[in-house]
Design a protein around this ligand. Structure first.
Ligand code: AP5
Ligand code: MG
Length: 214
């Protein structure tokens, strides 16, 4: 089973992917996570991506398409994957169709998480995670049990993303509205798109996703 999780920054794509991965035994392919790893390793791609990501702008399509192709190829024999943060432009959506055709794969569900803009900003600005084990937190919605200590691994290395501030988030929302929202009709026409209310609790959002995937 393969699915695409669509939605604006902070909609809960990563949060829901983590749940889907566990329950459905799928692999999460997050272009944002892959790019952040490239930035951390200071690769050529990482160097190009860093300032664009910090400014809330999209990384050029050709770089993203080259980057994702190998990841999809790798999962061709697995029980399936979740595309989190890809495709994000019409060109990426079309390139994905070509890749799927070549690899004899198909997307079973396209799920869009819908969340109010005010809530998105609050979610993103309050987000942090453990720099050691990756567990995600939120100042208000999912705080650590002990101040500044990861619940899972006990690390004090809690980190925030460089683009999780009001300025970058404003630009990310513009990029989403201008470049990503226009691909929704593409999937709607294929009859593949389901809209899920992302304003509920993470558990309730997941229950809606389970209904779609049943
Ligand atoms: P990416 O990493 O994909 O970021 P994004 O799309 O902006 O989305 P986020 O990861 O910020 O949010 P999310 O939907 O995963 O929400 P989360 O579950 O964490 O991309 C980053 C950058 O990389 C882009 O700006 C671009 O530069 C580049 N890039 C990536 N892909 C690209 C592509 N395909 N093409 C070109 N460039 C690309 O949740 C957010 C917070 O809310 C968390 O704190 C969480 O705890 C909380 N939360 C989640 N669900 C709920 C809920 N139901 N109720 C309350 N709080 C909740
Ligand atoms: Mg994410």
């Amino acid at each position: 089973m393969n699915l695409i999780l669509l939605g604006p920054p902070g909609a809960g794509k990563g949060t829901q992917s983590a749940r889907i991965v566990t329950v459905y035994n799928l692999v999460q392919i997050s272009t944002g996570d892959i790019l952040r790893a490239e930035v951390k390793s200071s690769t050529e791609l990482g160097k190009i991506a860093k300032s664009l990501m910090d400014d809330g702008k999209l990384v050029p399509d050709n770089l993203i398409i080259d980057m994702i192709s190998g990841h999809i190829e790798k999962e061709a024999g697995s029980s399936g994957f979740i595309l989190d943060g890809f495709p994000r432009t019409e060109e990426q959506a079309k390139a994905l169709d070509v890749m799927l055709l070549e690899k004899n794969l198909k997307i079973d569900y396209v799920i869009k998480l819908e969340v109010d803009e005010k809530a998105l900003i609050e979610r993103v600005v309050g987000r942090f995670s453990c720099g050691d084990c990756g567990q995600g937190y939120h100042d208000k919605f999912a705080p650590t049990k002990l101040t500044n200590i990861c619940d899972v691994c006990g690390s004090k290395n809690l980190v925030r993303r460089a683009d999780d501030n009001v300025e970058s988030m404003t630009a990310r929302l513009v990029a989403y509205r201008e470049q990503t929202e226009p691909i929704l009709p593409y999937y709607e026409k294929k009859g593949a798109l389901t809209i899920v209310n992302g304003m509920k609790t993470p558990e309730e959002v997941f229950e809606q996703i389970e209904v779609v995937m049943s």
